[in-house]
Write a protein that binds this ligand. Structure first.
Ligand SMILES: [Ca+2]
Ligand SMILES: [Ca+2]
Ligand SMILES: [Ca+2]
Length: 212
């Protein structure tokens, strides 16, 4: 009896501890675990700071690892990432994009720093989604785009000194992602259909002719 009571106590203690850990690590928000939703590659970057320790592309690529925080420090510069050809950011209900910047609220360390986020479908035309401070969310509805593939993050800090100068971007996650949405205006598929139908009719005719 006592043994059973003891094991119940231990189990509830473990549960309580694990729950409080999750809440602390993510401040109510939780980082997604699907790697497809995150940035795939760095397309272009210009980082500031001669003593900048955080200059590796893979620091901003892939999922958030709260136990091993390795952000890309912009040092007053910028970075452009590719989310992936079929892993586009889609405009759905609410915020569609989250930029993870090493800050007190989400990571429990470091002061939040400011940056501006731009999105593009083709790397030619860019639309601003506004400024972020620390780990922040953005809505594609604030732009003219209903999907985007590239994300440009421009530092709004001007610090170039120290090991982690300027904004420290750990990851870029699409909260809604997928393939390019089908056009809202239905495109008639008659040309393709006509070609296939004519071909079938032609083959049928030859077949009939042969049979005669
Ligand atoms: Ca991706
Ligand atoms: Ca949205
Ligand atoms: Ca910093």
């Amino acid at each position: 009896m006592l043994e059973r009571k003891l094991s119940y106590m231990i189990i509830s203690l473990i549960l309580m501890l694990s729950l409080s850990f999750t809440a602390f690590a993510a401040d109510g928000r939780t980082a997604g675990t699907d790697s497809r939703a995150y940035a795939n590659a760095v397309v272009e970057k210009e980082l500031g700071g001669t003593t900048n320790f955080n200059t590796y592309d893979h620091y901003i690529i892939g999922v958030v690892d709260i136990n091993k925080i390795e952000p890309l420090s912009l040092g007053g510069g910028y970075v452009i990432v590719d989310m992936g050809a079929n892993e586009l950011i889609l405009d759905e209900e609410g915020d569609d994009l989250r930029v993870y910047e090493k800050d007190q609220i989400f990571y429990g360390k470091d002061t939040p720093e400011a940056y501006e986020v731009f999105v593009s479908q083709d790397m030619q035309t860019w639309e601003s989604l506004g400024e972020g401070l620390g780990t922040d969310e953005f809505d594609l509805a604030d732009s003219k785009l209903n999907w985007a593939r590239y994300v440009k993050i421009e530092d709004r800090e001007t610090t170039t000194t120290g090991r982690e100068p300027g904004s420290d971007i750990d990851a870029v996650e699409a909260l809604h992602f997928g393939e390019e949405p089908k056009s809202a205006v239905p495109v008639p598929s008659t040309p393709g259909f006509t070609v296939v139908f004519s071909l079938l009719a032609f083959v049928g005719l030859i077949f009939l002719e042969k049979k005669k």
